[in-house]
Design a protein around this ligand. Structure first.
Ligand code: HEC
Length: 400
């Protein structure tokens, strides 16, 4: 069983109306020593009032060492202990990984714990060589697995709530998506505790290990290499249009760091973290005290996003320098994800078909992406792109 707690808006709202600052203190309390830091949070009010603090609360809970048998956080361990993090035990969207959500034949992926033994260690089947949107830039096709020449690994994983929704609604195959294409019923709606992550790794040296969360990965050529975590995207259904946060290893800041590893273009926009850096919210590039003394102190919150535009109508922009490499200045997590949609045949289009010269859309969604006149042309998947991985259960297909 995984554990999480849910606070209702009604209760927290009542506290705020009573004239206290309880809501403000809330997230900070959860990030203090002695708090149950491993608990997977689900706190809509915190996303709105203290998004940067809440991002760290999520980061700490999801980076907590996991219990392989239960595929959830291990309360008996301490942050920074060796072993796989909680999110590394979530279900992997990559077809061919042993704990995969999707398969070539579009079959039911089974109960949550089906893949438990498979995730006790990591291997090449868990990683994509490219981020899916970067595959699009290269013209699409099948996603390559990492091999001897791959300096990077990419992965996307679903928590138990997200996974259960996908499974209960048969969204793991094309036929299920076709059945869910229902213009009358509107968009899909994942439950409140739904969460997903997207992670980026790179091969690191022995000397770099103490400053990274790293795993040994056996690649398809049988060679074992240490992969260090360089970036982590987190999204949660705490808000109707989801809550978006992105973290990076501080070494990513300078494009020269990483020994000239291709793909490091450095940070083209400053970080914004009003929680860790209240007096210099833009640019202090530090981690909060709660992670001090652990490998996680080398990771920085690059920013959070809770809406398409700010209150002046200006598009909000947020990028991770390695996952959104090449389009940092035109990257809006929430806008690109709003475009995750498919047509009546179950085919995803958005920016993939045809791929534009430069990825990324910013600002509020354009109804033309989804409608032709009054007719629904594409069905939104509630901001979740990885449903694009679904294959047909009846015909040979070219799923990604
Ligand atoms: C140009 C489009 C684009 C932008 C911009 C973008 N993403 Fe994504 N994102 C994707 C695609 C495509 C996937 C699917 C990955 C897969 O299946 O592995 C994805 C996957 C994810 C996932 C896993 C959940 C899912 O949708 O499958 C998370 C979490 C995520 N992105 C967070 C972010 C955050 C945070 C940002 C902004 C810092 C961001 N993304 C910016 C296209 C984008």
């Amino acid at each position: 069983m995984y554990r999480h707690y849910i606070k209702t808006l009604t209760l927290a709202g009542a506290v705020a109306l009573a004239g206290t600052t309880a809501a403000q203190a809330d997230c900070t309390d959860h990030l203090s020593a002695g708090a149950d830091l491993w608990l997977e949070p689900n706190d809509s009010l915190a996303t709105m009032l203290e998004p940067d603090c809440y991002a760290w609360q999520l980061f700490v809970a999801l980076s907590w060492p996991g219990n392989v048998a239960t595929q959830s956080a291990d309360a008996g361990k301490a942050l920074g202990d060796d072993g796989l993090t909680t999110w590394e035990l979530w279900r992997n969207v990559r077809r061919g990984s042993q704990d995969a959500v999707f398969s070539d034949s579009g079959t039911d992926p089974g109960p949550w714990l089906t893949g438990a033994t498979a995730v006790a260690s990591r291997d090449a089947s868990e990683f994509d060589a490219l981020a899916l949107q970067q595959l699009a830039l290269l013209g699409g096709g099948a996603m390559p697995q990492i091999d001897d020449d791959s300096p990077f690994g990419n992965e996307t994983r679903m928590n138990e709530t997200t996974y259960a929704f996908v499974r209960d609604n048969t969204l793991y195959n094309t036929e299920g998506l076709q059945a869910a294409f229902d213009p009358a019923s509107g968009v899909m709606n994942f439950p409140a505790n739904a969460k997903e992550i997207k992670a980026r790794w790179r091969i690191i040296t022995e000397a770099e290990k103490p400053r990274y969360h790293w795993v040994d990965v056996v690649n398809s050529a049988g060679t074992t290499r240490p992969f260090g975590l360089t970036a982590l995207h987190i999204t949660t259904k705490d808000l109707p249009n989801w809550f978006w946060a992105t973290f990076e290893h501080v070494d990513n800041k300078d494009s020269a760091v990483g020994g000239g590893v291709p793909g490091h273009e450095g940070w083209l926009a400053p970080s914004f973290d009003a929680y860790t850096c209240p007096n210099a919210p833009s640019g202090c590039d530090k981690a909060p005290a709660v992670v001090s003394g652990t490998k996680w102190e080398n990771y920085v919150l690059r920013g959070t996003q809770i809406d398409f535009v700010d209150s002046r109508g200006r598009p909000t922009i947020l990028a991770n320098s390695v996952i959104e490499r090449g389009f940092q200045d035109s990257s809006s997590c929430i806008t690109c994800h709003a475009r995750a949609a498919y047509d009546a045949s179950g085919t995803f289009n958005g920016f993939f078909n045809p791929p534009p010269a430069k990825l990324g859309s910013v600002g509020a969604p354009d109804p033309k992406w989804f409608f032709s006149g009054q007719t629904v042309t594409t069905m939104q998947t509630d901001f979740i792109w990885s449903l694009m991985r679904a294959c047909s259960s009846t015909t040979a297909n070219s799923c990604r």
